[in-house]
Design a protein around this ligand. Structure first.
Ligand code: NAD
Length: 289
């Protein structure tokens, strides 16, 4: 298949390389020369004009920083420029309303389009083991799946347009909340004189058990190997957790959902990020607690 890939940063670079490895012919476009040079090394054809990159392709994949950029790239360079039969996939994490707006514009121009945000970080993008949460019609999902398979270990249909983004931000809001709860519990256990390993041994098989404790323990030396064992380097950056929490708060407002715990988690991550910790793994918030 001939595929255009727009946005070859930390995530998109590895994803495009996996499409090439699967035998697809990939047209790469990015504003960054360094990103284009890396894409060329991975076997992509590089373009300095977004519209030229989508000419004659069967699919367009975008992996961009935010909703405003996604909206302008689709309006200016993809819709009306990619061939009429192309399937369009936005894998960026953006707000639900913008995702629905862009997909509606694409559909009214005759395209099949999905939102397909990912779970998994840079290592999963490079390794082709992302999980894709996909919103769109049954037809668009079936077509998108063939494009997504070489980049992921799971491709899940979340429902109509925008539901991929909805699944992503609801999941990450829950993750932010239970990470903070886990950190609080470890910090208080220690103040009460409990050894962290002993608390882990008890709570990980009791009703407090959760993913932040058993798979991503924020305490160094306790549980499986995690970013906590590496000075909170790597993993899922605090700045990206905060981005997802802010998107969740926007969605809560526009859907009139009550999210008191999500609001509290957002404000705690705002404090931690504002203190210069944006590059640390999100489990490092235990230091603040
Ligand atoms: P990044 O900043 O490394 O990459 C974004 C790329 O988009 C850059 O190379 C930039 O030059 C390019 N770009 C910006 N504006 C452009 C435009 N108008 N036209 C073409 N290219 C343009 O970001 P990333 O970490 O790769 O994240 C991309 C998306 O994936 C974000 O929405 C992010 O929230 C999401 N995400 C990231 C991670 C992660 O761990 N990094 C995990 C899950 C989801």
């Amino acid at each position: 298949m001939k595929i255009a890939f727009i946005g070859l940063g930390n995530m998109g670079g590895g994803m495009a390389a996996n499409l090439v490895k699967a035998g697809h012919s990939v047209n790469a476009f990015d504003l960054s020369d360094a990103a284009l040079a890396a894409a060329a090394e991975h076997g992509c054809a590089t373009f300095t004009d977004a519209r030229a990159s989508v000419e004659g392709v069967e699919a367009v994949v975008t992996m961009l920083p935010n909703g405003a950029i996604v909206k302008s790239v689709y309006a200016e360079s993809v819709i009306g420029h990619a061939p009429a039969g192309a399937v369009l996939l936005d894998c960026s994490t953006i707000d639900v309303d913008t995702a629905r707006e862009v997909i509606a514009a694409a559909e009214s121009a005759g395209y099949d389009m999905v939102d397909a945000p990912v779970s998994g970080g840079i290592a999963a993008a490079n390794g082709g083991t992302l999980t894709f949460m996909v919103g769109g019609t049954d037809t668009a999902f079936a077509r998108a799946k063939d494009v997504l398979n070489p980049m992921g270990k799971a491709v899940i249909h979340a429902g109509d347009a925008g539901n991929g983004q909805a699944a992503k931000i609801c999941n990450n809001m829950l993750l932010g909340i239970h990470m903070i709860g886990t950190c609080e519990a470890f910090a208080m256990a220690q103040k009460l004189g409990l050894d962290p390993q002993t608390f882990f041994d008890i709570s990980s098989v009791s009703s407090g058990q959760n993913w932040s404790m058993t798979s991503y323990c924020p305490v160094p030396g306790v549980g499986p190997a995690t970013p906590a064992d590496n000075g909170y380097q790597g993993g899922f950056a605090t700045a990206l957790m905060l981005k997802d929490l802010r998107l969740a708060m926007e969605a809560a407002e526009s859907s009139d959902a009550a999210v008191p715990m999500g609001q509290r988690a957002t404000s705690l991550y705002e404090d931690f990020n504002g203190a210069g910790n944006g590059g640390l793994d999100f489990s490092a918030i235990i230091r603040m607690l």
